[in-house]
Design a protein around this ligand. Structure first.
Ligand code: P6P
Length: 354
């Protein structure tokens, strides 16, 4: 049952996590999630303030060093800063064993003194190219349990290659996630989180500097009226997907409804709108980029966990995103995600059913 929020007793994210941990002593990891979320929300509050003041503090634009990240993208000042803020917050939580970030070439092991048994994967500031235009961006994170043999207590006895194995066996499928969430920096700052028992949304109240429960137990509508794809790529899409989107446009679909198109170009904002309003978002593979553009480990998998927990579907087009075992930290993966009936209609078209 969702704890009650009132003006005289605001249901903050901190209080919510304490209450859920108390009410569910049987649920593994809930105590640890409490302290992890306290670190993550601190980092997101800091990133929110950096993003909102970027133009004032001359933090828009690119790194003076012109540094290029492993994605081959020129790093924005805020990309680097947000990564440091989140890495430090996670390190000092005392729960982290290894962290993998879009902004880090390789996974980073947290030094023993602060080490714990969890693995964090994150995109510290997704959509940062939108910052200079004041368009929504977000932080995406996922939490895994460190694999056995790689627990903090084992590190002392680690020899190099085992250490390397531990660093790389953080490449777990989304089905192993124990928590996932995103913080969206937009007209409001919203933290949306799942620990495997539903999805809850918290809005940052600037008056008290706390995330407050505003969207308890989010469920995605079974069907929406919005599709969200970068249609500039449609000439390279596979014919089934082109046909599916065409049917959304003409109304010749199972709902008999003509859909609207909305595409912000910021994964967190496009998925958040899809989660609340329903419909379908996709960044599919195409002839040019067979695996699309989005990263499996710290973009597709956490978003898929959230949407599945809200009653939606997240697929690569061929299989459930959360079943895919990554073989590289920055591996790209096609993503079609959203309302159950919307995504199922596409999957049935791929299977040859009309
Ligand atoms: P395109 C932002 O750069 C991002 O990684 C996601 O946030 C977003 O969904 C996607 O790329 C947009 O890509 O090719 O449509 O501009």
């Amino acid at each position: 049952s969702t704890p009650v929020h009132s003006d005289t007793s605001p249901m903050t994210l901190t209080r919510y996590m304490i209450q859920v941990a108390m009410d569910n002593t049987d649920l593994e990891h809930m105590q640890d999630m409490q302290s992890l979320m306290s670190s993550i929300q601190l980092a997101c509050k800091k990133i929110a303030s950096l993003v909102q003041r970027a133009g004032i503090t001359n933090l828009t634009g690119y790194e003076d060093s012109g540094s290029i990240n492993v994605q081959g993208e020129e790093q924005k000042k805020l990309d680097v800063l947000s990564n440091e803020v989140l890495k430090n917050a996670l390190r000092y939580s005392g729960k982290m064993g290894v962290i993998a970030s879009e902004e880090e070439d390789e996974p980073v092991m947290v030094d023993e003194v602060y080490s714990g048994n969890y693995v964090a994967v994150f995109d510290p500031l997704d959509g940062s190219s939108n910052i200079d235009a004041g368009i929504a961006t977000g932080t995406i994170f996922g939490i895994f349990v460190q694999n056995t043999g790689c627990l903090a207590s084992d590190w002392e006895s680690k020899i190099d290659e085992t250490e390397l194995t531990c660093l790389y066996n953080t490449m777990q499928p989304g089905a192993n996630l124990v928590a996932a969430g995103y913080c969206m920096y937009s007209s409001s700052v919203m933290m949306v989180l799942t620990t495997g028992h539903g999805v809850n949304g918290f809005t940052l109240d600037p008056q008290i500097g706390e995330f407050v429960l505003t969207h308890p137990q989010i469920t995605i509508p079974s069907r929406g009226k919005i599709y969200s794809f970068n249609e500039a790529n449609s000439p390279q899409w596979d014919p089934v997907l082109r046909d599916y989107v065409e049917k959304l446009k003409t109304g010749d679909n199972r709902a008999g409804v003509k859909y609207s198109s909305r595409y912000i170009g910021s994964l967190v904002a496009d998925v958040h709108r899809t989660l609340l309003y329903g419909g379908v978002f996709g960044y599919p593979g195409d002839q040019k980029n067979p695996n699309g553009k989005l990263r499996l480990l710290y973009e597709c998998a956490p978003m898929s966990f959230i949407v599945e927990q809200a009653g939606g579907i997240a697929t690569t087009g061929k299989e459930r995103v959360m079943d895919v075992i990554p073989d590289a930290v920055h591996q790209r993966m096609p993503l079609i995600i959203g309302s159950k009936d919307d995504v199922q209609e596409l999957l049935d078209m791929y299977a040859g059913d009309k």
